[in-house]
Design a protein around this ligand. Structure first.
Ligand SMILES: C[S@@+](CC[C@H](N)C(=O)[O-])C[C@H]1O[C@@H](n2cnc3c(N)ncnc32)[C@H](O)[C@@H]1O
Ligand code: SF4
Length: 397
């Protein structure tokens, strides 16, 4: 691992460019307020010093994408764009149109590109969604987390009651066929009936995609401080497992099928192609402060602070904070870790002899599907999904 002065992608990374999906991730490092559980690389207006305003960020982004295109001669048009954060919706539809234009100018967009933006429902409106459609966005992902006011309070999350569902409906009315809602389960104090009512609200909104994450108490967050002080208990593993089963049962019953351990979609077309690119070892350029990239077995990441990001690019350099060349062992571990979480699973021939033996024992333990294994794929059973990380450890050790 090293911190280069001037980052240059090696020629080996560019081999086979265009034979794998190519995505662009854009990180928008701004939020109106900081949610107590979140440790993403994002800043409120009061936390940003000078040289880190949204205009500086957009200037930097244009420069980064321009340098990126020069690093990747012969890059294909972009298959998927994901503008995440942070809170991209704070840029407004015009700001997000400018972001997409910058991607188009640097690389070009494939005719059937999937173009997603994350949004906080509080900074959206019907006009906002219409503007996104006009700009060329095809998919919207909204942070909902919960419909229960007391759960949102524990999460330090501000929502007008009902706003996430209303925003999802507005997005659909503006012509978005593909809309996702994010849920968090396992918040201390959340009862099964709270989770059930959140899921009822999600289903009532008519979205075709749901991401549901177990609450993680991240170091350095306000939530971690409150747990440490004993003000609130840590999430309980048994509750998390029961919650996951409830989420899966309600979504499956409504026709949303899991395709990755934390993601459900109504149809194949509703799956997030951009995230599938991450999980299947595709190439992507991550632009913006702290963004991570992967092209042809090289991984690198940008400096985190928006002021340093903008200043480095204003000086004509890529703001790379570090990079690593993945070894065959790294690539094997990543492949097992990511593909095993998919409903399609992992081809058994991707495992070494020990891993294949462990896969057989995991099937005997009811963690992998015996019939899929006989057909050459390692696919998690319902029980295996609850223990996905432990199964991965068995298959790679
Ligand atoms: C960038 S945010 C989504 C867009 C927008 N910033 C918002 O929150 O509405 C990405 C998602 O990550 C999930 N997330 C963030 N921190 C988490 C944590 N500590 N545990 C579980 N999920 C988390 C939340 O579901 C959140 O909606
Ligand atoms: S969850 Fe979303 S809105 Fe809340 S701080 Fe994190 S990125 Fe910002």
């Amino acid at each position: 691992m090293s911190t280069p002065d001037a980052f240059q992608l090696p020629a080996s990374a560019l081999e086979g460019l265009g034979t794998r999906p190519f995505g662009v991730y854009v990180h928008v490092p701004f939020c109106a307020t900081r949610c107590g559980y979140c440790d993403f690389n994002t800043y409120t207006a009061g936390e940003l010093g000078s040289g880190a305003a949204p205009e500086d960020w957009l200037d930097g982004l244009r420069r980064e994408l321009d340098l990126a295109a020069r690093q990747m001669p012969g890059a294909p048009a972009v298959d998927t764009v994901f503008v995440g954060g942070g809170t991209p919706s704070l840029l407004g539809a015009d700001g997000l149109a400018a972001v997409l234009d910058a991607v188009r100018q640097a690389f070009g967009l494939a005719a059937d590109a999937e173009v997603t933006t994350e949004s906080n429902p509080e900074s959206t409106s019907p006009r906002f969604f219409e503007g996104l459609r006009e700009a060329g966005y095809t998919r919207v992902s909204l942070g909902m987390q919960s419909a229960a006011p007391h759960v949102l309070r524990v999460l330090d999350r501000v929502h007008t009651p009902g706003r996430p569902v209303e925003a999802a409906k507005e997005a659909r009315a503006a012509g978005f066929e593909h809309v996702n809602l994010d849920l968090i389960y396992g918040t201390p104090g959340e009862r099964p009936e709270d989770l059930q009512s959140s899921l009822d609200a999600v289903l009532e909104s008519g979205v075709d995609h749901v991401s549901a994450y177990a609450l993680i108490v991240e170091d350095g967050t306000a939530l971690a401080r409150r747990v440490r002080k004993g003000e609130i208990p840590a999430p309980d593993d048994d509750v998390l497992a029961a919650d996951y089963e409830l989420v899966d049962a309600m979504l499956e019953k409504a026709g949303l099928r899991w395709y990755e351990v934390s993601n459900w979609a109504a149809t194949d077309a509703a799956r997030c192609r951009h995230n599938l690119g991450y999980w299947l070892g595709g190439d992507w350029w991550g632009a913006g402060p702290g963004a991570h990239s992967h092209v042809g077995g090289v991984r690198w990441w940008n400096v985190k602070h928006p002021a340093r990001y903008a200043a480095t690019l204003a000086g004509g350099e890529l703001p790379v904070g570090g990079h690593e060349l993945l070894t065959p062992e790294d690539r094997h571990l990543e492949r097992v870790m990511l593909e095993l979480r998919l409903a399609e699973g992992l081809p058994v021939e991707a495992l070494d002899a020990d891993g294949a033996g462990e896969a057989r024992r995991a099937a005997e333990d009811g963690l992998l599907s015996a019939s899929d294994l006989a057909a050459g794929r390692a696919v998690l059973t319902d029980r295996g999904r609850l223990l996905a990380d432990a199964v991965v450890r068995r298959l790679v050790s």
